[in-house]
Structures are given as C-alpha cells and as structure tokens.
Ligand binder design. Structure first.
Ligand code: URA
Length: 339
C-alpha cells in the first residue's frame, strides 16, 4: 500500500488541528495509527484538483468516502484505508497507467473547473483508473502533456527537483537577436526577481516580423517560457511543448492521447537520475555567476523560487497502461480541436 507524506510531507497542522490532535480528536489519527488528513487535502495530493477546487468538488457531492457521498471538505480521512471515489470512479488502482496527450490550446490543465470551462480531461477516454497530469500547461499552450496514476513518475518528471528537460517551440513577436538568445541561454531575471537557470535557446525560423524559437528548460516556474521571452522583449504568441525528457510529442495527432511504451517509461526514470546531476551543476554555475557578477547590469542572481504544483486527475483505463507495442492511439474517443 502506498504511503503518504514520505517525499512530500503533508503541511503542518494549524493551531486548531493541533488542539484537536492533542485532545485526541479526529485529527489525532488515534486508534489505527494510520495517518489521517482532511479530505480536500488528500484529493489535492492525489492530483485530483487544486485544494480549492477539491473543496468545491466535495461540496458538489461528487466525492464518496468508503462508498458514502461526503460533502465536508474538512472530513478527516485515512487515505490508506478508505476507498475514495470521484464521480463514482475510484481514485486509485493497482495497474500503473502512463499516457501522452497532445493538449490542444484553450483547455485548462485541471480536472474540475468551478466555472465549467473545458479541461484536458475532455480529451481523455474513460479507461478505468485515475490519472493526474504530470505538471501543467497554460490554457493557451498546446503540446505534450503526460498523465499517470504513478506518483513516483509524476514527481520525477514534473517537479523542479530532477530538472528533466522540457522542450518548447515558441513563436514570438519580432526578430530575436543573437544577444537576446544568449541572455535566454545564460539566464534572465523574471519580473518577480527569479533568475532562470541556463537554458537551450535556438532560432528555428523567422518571418513576417516573428521568430520561432526552440527553448529547452530544466525547470518549470509558472508561465516560465512566456515570462522569459518577455524578459528579453518578445511576447509569445504561440507556444507548444514538444518533448519531456526522452518522451517526444512526435506525430501524435492534435487532441489525441496514446499509451507510453514501457521503454519510454524506463527511459524517463533514467533521465531523472541523470538530470538531477546536471541540474546541480547548473545551480552551481548560477551561484558562481551571482557571486562574481558584482554591479553588472542584469546580474540579479537568486530571487524567489516558487514550486509549480501538480494539477488534476481522473480515471482512465486499461488500454492506456504502458505497452511497448502500442505507439499509436488506442482509443479515439478524443476530441479534435482546431489550432
Ligand atoms: N511555459 C509557459 O509559459 N507556459 C506553459 O504552459 C509552459 C511553460
């Protein structure tokens, strides 16, 4: 049984919870000794939705605990012992599932949007197990988005910790100069003071007053590509992710999903180990630059670091378990979107 809170510890209890715990209340986890957490938090940790959206999902009566609908976001839950389901589908299943989606632009990377806007889950068939997106793409961004029910896989590829490469193709306004490309490569200071790590930045083509760039990042701050391009004076007008570690968007049709092969999954895990090393070297380089930059214009090393969170989840099913023989779409219930 998967344990919670090992690599991503649950938040500290607030004062009220501490009081309940010390009084032997529901939050104490007394009795079974198994960890207990608030339902909304459990769902958010499982990648079902953000904490706020999970609360809305629960209040809407779409979540059941041990078979009974629960409308209380703060209900204490033993995630290791109690079966959770959303919209009648169990949140966890034994078989590991890994899939790649060509996310169309215009869709939110979340399972539940209280405003009812279309989400990436509209592109996924119902395959019988819960999956969450590995990182996020902004609504206007298209391209490769991975889904899984394997939290180890998700942690490995999504967070900044391992620094797995993510490759984007960005169409920006204007002509990008060699000097601007170099700034993107060495690191730019974003509007909130965050200094980006070294990145790959190559021009693909330039015409009609715009330039297509290929950018390779080892980190994923919120809207990072758009903000990096703006930092060197160019607004992004189109953005597509084409690779995550060893996994390529390739010829996957727009709006469609496919299972990852076993080889892709294995290569992704291997890439995490390698990337962690490279990331540490990059960090050292940035620290070195920061120390030596003195009063140099635009040096600005350091700054705020914020972790991009994971998003939402949903069941998909057996046809999307990883398989070496399946490189094409198994299920074409996906919608076609225009670009
Ligand atoms: N960078 C962005 O600006 N947006 C994305 O969706 C991903 C990376």
């Amino acid at each position: 049984m998967r344990r919670f809170g090992k690599r991503q510890p649950w938040r500290r209890r607030n004062e009220g919870e501490e009081a309940r715990a010390s009084a032997g209340g529901r939050g104490a986890g007394a009795g079974s000794g198994r960890p207990r957490h608030e339902l909304a938090r459990v769902l958010s940790k499982l990648g079902v939705a953000s904490r706020t959206d999970a609360e809305a999902l629960i209040r809407a009566g779409r979540v059941a605990v041990a078979g009974a609908v629960c409308r209380e976001p703060g209900r204490w839950t033993e995630p290791e012992a109690e079966e959770l389901s959303v919209d009648g589908r169990p949140v966890r299943s034994a078989a590991k599932v890994y899939l790649a989606l060509y996310k169309p632009s215009g869709l939110l990377t979340t399972y539940y949007d209280p405003q009812g806007r279309p989400t990436v889950y509209g592109c996924l068939p119902d395959l019988g197990t819960w999956v969450f997106p590995v990182g996020r793409l902004d609504a206007p961004t298209s391209g490769l988005l991975l889904f899984t029910n394997d939290t180890r896989f998700g942690d490995c590829l999504a967070g900044d910790r391992y620094g797995v490469e993510k490759v984007y193709e960005a169409k920006v306004k204007g002509v990008v100069t060699a000097e601007e490309l170099e700034r993107l490569r060495t690191g730019v200071t974003l509007e909130d003071g965050y200094r980006t790590l070294p990145a790959g930045a190559e021009p693909i083509k330039s015409n009609d007053g715009s330039t297509w760039l290929r950018l390779t990042l080892r980190e994923g701050k919120n809207r990072q590509v758009r903000r990096m391009c703006l930092a060197v004076g160019h607004e992004v007008v189109k953005l597509r992710r084409v690779r995550i570690g060893p996994i390529e968007l390739g010829g996957l049709p727009y709006g469609q999903a496919r299972a990852l092969t076993e080889a892709e999954v294995a290569r992704a895990f291997a890439a995490c180990a390698q990337s962690e090393k490279k990331k540490e070297q990059d960090r050292s380089a940035v620290r070195g630059r920061g120390a030596g930059a003195g009063a140099g214009a635009g040096a600005g090393a350091g700054g705020a670091t914020r972790r991009a969170g994971n998003g939402a989840s949903r069941r998909v099913g057996s046809g999307y378990a990883s398989t070496d023989s399946n490189k094409t779409n198994r299920n074409n219930k996906t919608k076609k979107h225009s670009s």
